[in-house]
Design a protein around this ligand. Structure first.
Ligand code: ATP
Ligand code: MG
Length: 184
């Protein structure tokens, strides 16, 4: 099966991101926008894995979650990979919580490596993918738009299964891992 580890978003945040992408459509008519209900922050993409892998990851990922306190986050600031002039991916960055997400991501990768995960070479860049372009396009005007989302709390992360269907991916939660409750 095809799997990845991600942080999910509250419904209100996905709703405002849906409003955002509807506003970006006219700048990039060729882009395929991610459906708001599927939006998430990817921590690690595992790709095709054996059916028994999720079970083997349960304990190490639970231990990882237990080491990281829940934190506040906020999405904001638009950008494009590999760059605004020849965009293939249009994304929204993080105005708050990027350091905490980065620390969590590093530790998640550490938990996946013993199970055979090969870490990406490039450094983790916290972002949420809003849209994709098959043919690179100039996203300069799109990413100059101002966006700052509402704050939300990150209290867990999930292991998701992805099934790619002709009409888009379908994600199913396999496991959910709680972050540490902050000391009272
Ligand atoms: P589609 O491939 O149809 O555009 P998708 O990318 O949303 O759909 P998946 O390909 O299963 O669905 O990817 C799941 C998540 O993992 C997405 O957030 C995606 O951006 C991320 N991802 C996919 N491939 C990679 C990769 N090679 N490296 C890093 N992240 C990846
Ligand atoms: Mg993909």
């Amino acid at each position: 099966m095809r799997c990845f580890v991600a942080v999910e978003l509250p419904a209100e945040v996905r709703r405002e991101l849906g409003d955002l992408t509807r506003g970006l459509c006219r700048y990039l008519p060729e882009a395929r926008w991610v459906r708001p209900e599927l939006m998430h922050l990817t921590l690690a993409f595992l790709g095709e894995v054996a059916d028994d892998l999720p079970g083997r990851l349960r304990a190490p990922l639970a231990a990882t979650g237990a080491r990281h306190p829940a934190f506040n986050a906020r999405l904001g600031g638009l950008g494009a990979f590999p760059g605004p002039g020849r965009a293939r991916v249009v994304w929204v960055g993080m105005e708050a919580g990027a350091d905490e997400l980065g620390a969590l991501q590093k530790d998640v990768v550490g938990a996946l490596v013993p199970a055979g995960y090969v870490p990406e070479r490039r450094p983790f860049s916290p972002h949420l993918t809003l849209g994709r372009l098959r043919t690179p396009a100039d996203a300069g005007a799109a990413v100059r738009r101002h966006f700052s989302g509402r704050g939300f709390r990150v209290e867990r992360f999930v292991l998701l299964r992805s099934v790619l269907r002709p009409d888009g991916p379908e994600y199913t939660e396999l496991e959910s891992f709680a972050l540490k409750a902050p000391a009272a």
